[in-house]
Design a protein around this ligand. Structure first.
Ligand SMILES: CC(C)(COP(=O)(O)OP(=O)(O)OC[C@H]1O[C@@H](n2cnc3c(N)ncnc32)[C@H](O)[C@@H]1OP(=O)(O)O)[C@@H](O)C(=O)NCCC(=O)NCCS
Length: 324
């Protein structure tokens, strides 16, 4: 069922039944799982409750009246994240506009992901939405590599002058500082939030299994000892009994292109073989060409591309009042 653009607007999620919200959120989750973007699975019930209670902003089309669709988000300070799901192209436009207007009022940046549409329909939607001043599209590749018995031949002794320590032995503040310095100015940095506190928040989630069981035995850091300086790290989580995911790989910008990134990656591949995993994946932004080339050279292959729509309030545009 296709509504002409400008026809019925989506309703606030506070008006939805819990059953409708659960059905819509479960569909979103299923699509994210199929795309390899969701592997912890415990957020659906909580999101349904929060949307119903108005603690989380959301808009919906009831699945009992046509295809159904949902847009939902989160605002923290001046930054917001959202997701739009519908199999209907014009509903996706309406849901996206409701979300962007709703979140873009308190926030100065909004990042939105999509599910439900065909590749071509999603492309048309993104091109409609990028007509807004301040809008861009960020592409991310999912890359996968099969683990091989030969991966255990990788060196376990760190490069000269460095020591290897378990990632969890590094303080959260030091890891967050390294992440911040490693990604500073990059597109990833825009997505995370651009300051050590945001990295610290993300790392706390990773270490606390928010993206799947954190694999201490396949997560490590490299340090210089005199004086002590953290110069690199790789963090790994479990996707399933057979598959792992590298959730963070970073090397100090002042110590790049010395083979440290390769050492970390190969050390972690070796560790994963030892732990019995068969595959590993990672996500990388398409514009991060050094990293994409590095992963390709190490045998990773692109299996999926996802697009994140990003809107930043144009400089000089007044911020609307919260009460509007
Ligand atoms: C990606 C990263 C971890 C690589 O670390 P590194 O220690 O510099 O990497 P290495 O010296 O081991 O180099 C490994 C390969 O990466 C590629 N590479 C690294 N830097 C590169 C650059 N500036 N330009 C082109 N290729 C580059 C090369 O293929 C290189 O292999 P080669 O030396 O045989 O040519 C590092 O650049 C980094 O921390 N980047 C910021 C964080 C990030 O983007 N992480 C990945 C997110 S998914």
């Amino acid at each position: 069922m296709t509504r002409p653009p400008g026809a019925e607007r989506p309703r606030l999620a506070t008006a939805a039944s819990t059953d409708d919200l659960l059905e819509l959120l479960q569909t979103v989750r299923r699509e994210l799982v199929l795309r390899g973007e969701d592997f912890q699975g415990s957020w659906v019930e909580k999101a349904a409750e929060d949307l119903r209670a108005g603690r989380q902003p959301g808009w919906f089309y009831s699945p009992s009246k046509g295809t159904g669709g949902l847009a939902f988000g989160n605002v923290r300070g001046s930054r917001a994240w959202g997701h739009v799901h519908s199999t209907d192209e014009s509903d996706s436009v309406q849901l996206s506009l409701a979300l962007l207007d709703g979140l873009g009022s308190p926030a100065t940046t909004v990042n939105v992901g999509f599910t439900g549409l065909t590749v071509d329909a999603e492309r048309r939607l993104l091109s409609t939405l990028t007509a807004r001043p301040g809008a861009t599209v960020i592409e991310r590749f999912c890359m996968v590599r099969t683990l091989r018995p030969g991966d255990t031949d990788a060196p376990s002794v760190p490069p000269a002058g460095l020591e290897r320590v378990p990632a969890r032995d590094i303080t959260l503040a030091a890891l967050a500082d390294l992440d911040w310095r490693a990604f500073r100015g990059s597109v990833d940095d825009q997505l995370v939030g651009g300051d050590p506190e945001e990295y610290s928040r993300v790392l706390t989630g990773l270490l606390g299994n928010a993206l799947g069981l954190f694999l201490d035995a396949a997560s490590t850091a490299l340090i210089e000892t005199e004086p002590t300086r953290l110069i690199g790290g790789i963090l790994t989580a479990e996707v399933s009994a057979r598959e792992a995911v590298f959730v963070d790989i970073m090397v100090d910008p002042e110590r790049r292109q010395k083979g440290y990134g390769r050492f970390l990656l190969r050390w972690a591949l070796r560790a994963l073989v030892g732990l019995g995993y068969e595959k590993v994946r990672l996500w990388v932004t398409a514009v991060n060409l050094p990293a994409v080339r590095f992963y390709e050279a190490e045998g990773f292959r692109r299996v999926a591309t996802t697009s994140i729509y990003r809107w930043e309030r144009p400089v000089g545009e007044p911020q609307p009042q919260r009460s509007r």
